[in-house]
Write a protein that binds this ligand. Structure first.
Ligand SMILES: [Zn+2]
Length: 202
């Protein structure tokens, strides 16, 4: 699927699965869901849909910075969580993330960065560095893999095993992509509104 669809689906999946109970959790879920939803395509550097992917990446980066800044000014819970972890644990997390993302960046599209091993390593790395991001990032990554499995280009889900999987149900850039993107965006907006109402009237 295309960048905007993955971004919306990652947000919706994280909001649905994690159901944040505080402003800090809400910020972690929005940032983690958006980043997780796009991260598998770290292996995409060219081709059709690249312009949309770049736009989605910029939108996610700017939105994440804005949400993090707002949360920091209002509560500061993410910063407290980031600075309260044991340094050796965070160092291990940073090393895992750096190696995994480097390997993903250099891999062929839809191979290592679209595997269960990539999902596991990124989730564990996030959990070691800043625990509130682990579950939302995992939800975003899983949503990405689930959507890409619908396409006609196979994934190396069990990398390094030479097994390829796809359901051949739709093209990654056709009507299905557009409709899934719209439904995911509507679901993300509805779930976010529901969370806002929960904060107003718990
Ligand atoms: Zn992908």
């Amino acid at each position: 699927m295309r960048g905007k669809t993955h971004l919306a689906a990652g947000l919706a999946a994280a909001l649905a699965v994690c159901a944040p109970q505080s402003l800090t959790e809400c910020a972690a879920v929005c940032i983690g869901g958006a980043v997780g939803g796009l991260l598998c395509d770290i292996d995409q550097h060219a081709g059709r849909g690249m312009q949309e992917m770049k736009s989605a990446r910029w939108f996610a980066a700017a939105g994440s910075l804005a949400v993090a800044a707002a949360e920091h000014l209002a509560v500061g819970g993410l910063w407290r969580s980031l600075t309260s972890q044991p340094p050796e644990r965070q160092l291990a997390g940073v090393a895992i993330l750096a190696l995994t993302l480097w390997k993903g960046f250099r891999s062929e599209h839809r191979t290592f960065a679209h595997s269960l091993l990539f999902v596991l390593l990124v989730s564990v790395g996030c959990g070691l560095v800043c625990p509130p991001f682990a579950a939302p990032v995992l939800a975003g990554l899983v949503s990405h893999m689930a959507l890409d499995l619908l396409n006609k280009k196979p994934l190396r889900l069990l990398w390094p095993l030479p097994v390829t999987l796809c359901l051949h149900l739709c093209a990654s850039d056709g009507a299905a992509n557009r409709w899934i993107g719209r439904v995911a965006a509507a679901a993300a907006a509805a779930l976010a509104a529901w969370r806002i109402l929960y904060f107003i009237h718990p």
